[in-house]
Design a protein around this ligand. Structure first.
Ligand code: DC
Length: 238
């Protein structure tokens, strides 16, 4: 098994876009839209940590139990992740909080490393069956650890207040009662855990394009990202 902290030479044949950033920065929407625009396969790597967390919660295990968490992580397959992604519980706050704890366990990150690199090396076909022209992976450590040789790297941010408001809107849109102050506090806690943990903390790669979406809507963020990506030789003709 590979060392989760090492940057290895990859066997990739098609280009990869690495998108990192904190919760509710807009990176998920941006990644999906970039994938659709450029004909790339998309992997939301947060869903892997959420899947491990949900499996642990359902098994009655503690999300901080490294042995139990790593063994759940080792059982993940693309099919299992696709099934869990349809489960509304994957997106709830309890799963998010457990995922944040699970993601600080180095054995879990190690177990999920190959899954993510395999996706980048051999992206699955698109929903309409056409072969993907490459891959876009979004998460916290894609440009720093998973694909340090990605052809384009973006670090997507927005102010904590803007991100908390976006999360509040999303929760209320799903009919979940929520209070702004509580959402803001949870956002700050999660940011602190994600950026201060010892293994693969959330930090921009040195060569990442920084995209602050605080004052941008989804179309403007897509435009700014595409403008940058098209400056990269691997994406000039896509
Ligand atoms: O992006 P998200 O909220 O779905 O991520 C869930 C948790 O997983 C979050 O606390 C950060 C963590 N995560 C990570 O550590 N590394 C990734 N590549 C993706 C997510």
């Amino acid at each position: 098994m590979s060392d989760a902290t090492s940057a290895e030479t990859s066997a990739r044949k098609c280009p990869v876009i690495a998108i990192d950033g904190p919760a509710a920065s807009g990176k998920g929407t941006l990644s999906r839209r970039l994938a659709a625009e450029l004909g790339l396969a998309h992997l939301d790597t947060g869903s892997l940590y959420r899947a491990v967390a949900l499996l642990l919660l359902r098994a009655g295990s503690d999300p901080g139990d490294g042995v139990a968490a790593a063994s759940e992580a080792m059982t993940l397959t693309p099919g299992k992740v696709a099934d869990l992604s349809k489960d509304p519980a994957l997106r709830n706050d309890a799963t998010a909080a457990a995922a944040s704890r699970v993601s600080a366990i180095s054995a879990v990150r190690e177990a999920l490393l190959d899954f993510q690199r395999e996706f980048a090396e051999q992206p699955p076909a698109l929903a309409d069956g056409t072969p993907a022209k490459g891959a876009v992976l979004d998460g916290r450590d894609i440009g720093t650890v998973i694909c340090p040789d990605a052809e384009a790297k973006l670090f997507v941010t927005a102010s904590t207040e803007v991100r908390a408001q976006r999360r509040l809107n999303e929760l209320q849109g799903r009919g979940v009662p929520a209070i702004y102050e509580n959402v803001l506090e949870e956002m700050k806690d999660r940011d602190a855990r994600d950026s201060q943990r010892e293994v693969s903390p959330l930090v921009p790669a040195a060569d990442a394009f920084l995209l602050d979406t605080s004052a941008l809507d989804a179309d403007q963020a897509l435009h700014a990202a595409l403008t940058f990506i098209r400056t990269r030789p691997a994406f000039k003709d896509l």
